[in-house]
Design a binder for this molecule. Structure first.
Ligand code: C5P
Length: 284
């Protein structure tokens, strides 16, 4: 969406240059049932036209974006970590005790460029979570780089992952490739943590984005004491995804050790049992 000079606007009235996001706040979607259902849709798209395959989102990176931001340097990354911790204080009463479960159901698209699963159940709580996150970051000087209103979506495919497709004449995601699944139920994700993720840094070993920070919301009803978080790792997702070349927008540039503590099923339950409070610590 780069702004091209169309010659209609005098120079001083040109739109200001769009600031590109390089980090985002997200909920990881790791329920294996949701992954399996999305794989059915993705396989169907591949069967329709295998040239579309590079536009599919690897299952290991599935997430729901709450906000996209631009962080210029380490200092701003540090600031963003602190702001996420600040969000946690406001979010604790909302998200503790697994109070947010998102139901994913049905397919929709943004302008035929992005195919996504709709987030239906839990939408109201989700919206208040997003409002808190967006307001807190904006108040602390880290505004969203995207002016669009929050529209909950779990992306399964986007053409921008592979600009070559557009050059080859594939300008839209063909509806026939996924039409059988538009009313499919994908499953539920219980939200226990939020992540500050890098779009450009090398993905973690489990295939998910590098998380600069994670805040975790604990089931206080069952937990007697507070402990400092250990680094924990999720299960490795399907091996094929580890070989993924990743997004054009979100491609690897550097390596690092792992810290991202989000994952599926049993591991997630264990995590909730072991952690009462997670503090964001500076990364090496
Ligand atoms: O990574 P994520 O799932 O958030 O990617 C969604 C894509 O959909 C992004 O490329 C974003 O620019 C696009 N989008 C859109 N219209 C919206 C929200 C997101 O085209 N209302």
């Amino acid at each position: 969406s780069g702004s091209k000079d169309d010659g209609l606007l005098p120079k001083d009235k040109k739109k200001p240059k769009k600031i590109m996001p390089n980090f985002f706040l997200a909920i990881r979607v790791s329920n294996p049932q949701i992954h399996s259902a999305i794989k059915i849709v993705q396989d169907s798209i591949t069967t329709y036209n295998e040239k579309l395959t590079p536009a599919l989102i690897p299952l290991a990176t599935l997430h729901l974006t709450l906000m996209v931001i631009h962080l210029e340097n380490d200092e701003q990354i540090q600031k963003a970590k602190e702001v996420l911790n600040q969000c946690k204080i406001s979010l604790d009463p909302i998200l503790q005790n697994s109070a947010l479960t998102i139901t994913f159901s049905g397919l929709d698209h943004f302008n035929h460029q992005v195919l996504y699963v709709k987030a239906l159940g839990g939408e109201e709580v989700l919206k208040s979570v997003v409002n808190i996150v967006r307001e807190t970051f904006t108040k602390e000087g880290i505004p969203s780089t995207d002016r669009r209103e929050f529209s909950p979506h779990l992306t399964v495919m986007k053409l921008s992952r592979k600009p070559m497709l557009r050059r080859k004449g594939i300008k839209k995601i063909p509806e026939e490739s996924y039409v059988s699944w538009v009313d499919m139920s994908f499953g539920e994700e219980s939200v226990n943590s939020l992540h500050l993720c890098s779009m450009n840094k090398k993905k973690e070993k489990d295939g998910f984005y590098k998380c600069e920070a994670t805040v975790t919301f604990i089931d206080t009803a069952n937990e007697p004491a507070s402990t400092e978080a250990e680094n924990t790792r999720g299960e490795v997702d399907e091996a094929q995804e580890l070989n993924s070349t990743g997004d054009e927008e979100q491609e690897a540039t550097s390596s690092s050790t792992a810290l991202c503590d989000e994952n599926a099923g049993e591991a997630s339950k264990m995590l909730r049992k072991t952690l009462l409070m997670r503090r964001i610590s500076p990364r090496s």
